[in-house]
Design a protein around this ligand. Structure first.
Ligand code: PLP
Length: 387
């Protein structure tokens, strides 16, 4: 199947055909799931024990590396496992500069786990140019950003942060989960690592957990393989099988997520009476021009502040029929989330409020359903709660 032309293939072709090395062995069009914990010594694939490698890991790693433009990719049990693997490479006394709006569990890991081992974390608003310029003199070992951020959808200038990070001798990690490998390529913008919670858009069907570290160097690749094995952060082969199946339709799903989310954000901004609506491809987004330069679509997440009380906000979410109130995002089904009580509950309230995660903020993961049905559902929910 591989003929050396893969680099020139479009993203849809790469999503369907990369990671197909298994075919040479049996001709199977779809790979088997290798549900084995161990392998006979001296086998041609070089496998020994599934904690440090499995053919389903290899297939998925090849596909993700091709989509992200990475030299090496290592897969993990979840996005949080992938984050743990990267941060575990640091030593006591090392400094991390992190964007102040990051996923709540990343914050918790920095604050309550790695902080104990002497890793210093400094939080900055990296949508502000002077803060980016200050990175060099802070000499961080790693700079950690998400773009767009969870849940406020701030868009961070990846190239500018990469330049400032490298000038200070550090390396840049971009959590690419919200944008997905289809819409943004952090490594091509200068990042050293693009990290994914493959639980989300990569898999797309809310039925598996996974994470991946896609990197531009063998040095990082080797460190990640070591972390996978030494810390026991490996995924299950069956989850890798599911995620690789999900990746085949990711470009099609992302197209629909983007179209639906833009339509829904436009409805919310113009007709819902919300105080603020955030979506990277809405012209009112503060970093709209940057989003258009850096991403090929706005992705599927929309946030809105309806200016309602905590009780009213939760009642509104509970009145929706097509948006299930649930953690996570990036599946074909629409979900709603109340970050202050769900994904970011582990962030202390003063810290949450400082970065804009108020009690009335709502995050929608817009699915691939018929968009007029989604808008009608939001309309009935708002009418009900405002009666
Ligand atoms: C931006 C981001 N990074 C990482 C994670 C963690 O991924 P997982 O839940 O697969 O551990 C999440 C989960 O929501 C996320 O939103």
């Amino acid at each position: 199947m591989m003929n050396g032309n893969e680099e020139h293939w479009g993203i849809e072709t790469r999503s369907v055909h990369l990671g197909g090395g298994y075919r040479e062995e049996t001709g199977a069009v779809v790979p088997p799931a290798y549900l084995t914990s161990t392998f006979e010594s001296g086998n041609p694939g070089g496998f020994d024990y599934t904690r440090s490698g499995n053919p389903n890991f290899r297939n998925l790693e090849e596909t993700l590396a091709g989509l992200e433009g990475a030299l090496r990719t290592t897969v993990f049990a979840s996005g949080v496992s992938a984050i743990t693997a990267v941060v575990s490479t640091l030593s006591s006394g090392d400094r991390v500069v992190a964007e102040e709006n990051i996923y709540g569990c990343t914050f918790r890991l920095f604050d309550q786990v790695f902080g104990k081992f002497g890793i210093e974390i400094e939080y900055l608003d990296l949508s502000v140019a002077e803060n980016i310029e200050s990175i060099g003199r802070r000499s961080p070992k790693l700079v950690w950003i998400e773009s767009p951020t969870n849940p406020l959808l701030k868009v961070i200038d990846i190239s500018a942060v990469a330049d400032a990070t490298h000038a200070g001798g550090g390396e840049l990690v971009v959590d690419n989960t919200f944008a997905s490998s289809c819409l943004q390529r952090p490594l091509a913008l200068g990042a050293d690592i693009s990290l994914l919670s493959t639980t989300k858009y990569s898999n797309g069907h809310s039925d598996a957990l996974g994470g991946a570290v896609c990197c531009a160097s063998d040095e990082w690749g080797d460190k990640m393989v070591f972390a996978q094995k030494a810390l026991g952060l490996q995924p299950s082969p069956f989850d890798c099988w599911l995620i690789q199946r999900g990746l085949k339709t990711q470009p099609l799903r992302m197209q629909r997520h983007c179209d639906n989310a833009l339509a829904l954000a436009t409805f919310l901004e113009t007709e819902s009476g919300a105080l603020a609506v955030r979506y990277p491809f809405l012209p009112s987004h503060p970093q709209h021009d940057l989003a258009r330069r850096q991403m090929s679509g706005g992705s599927g997440i929309v946030t809105a502040d309806f200016g309602m009380s905590l009780e009213q906000t939760v009642a509104f979410l509970d009145s929706l029929q097509l948006f299930t109130r649930a953690e996570s995002l990036g599946g074909v089904e629409s979900l709603s989330c109340h970050p202050a009580s769900m994904t970011h509950a582990s962030v202390p309230k003063p810290v949450r409020e400082k970065v804009g995660i108020t009690d009335s903020l709502v995050r929608f993961s817009v699915g691939v359903e018929t968009v007029s049905d989604l808008i009608a559902d939001l309309r009935q929910g708002l009418d009900k709660v405002r009666q």
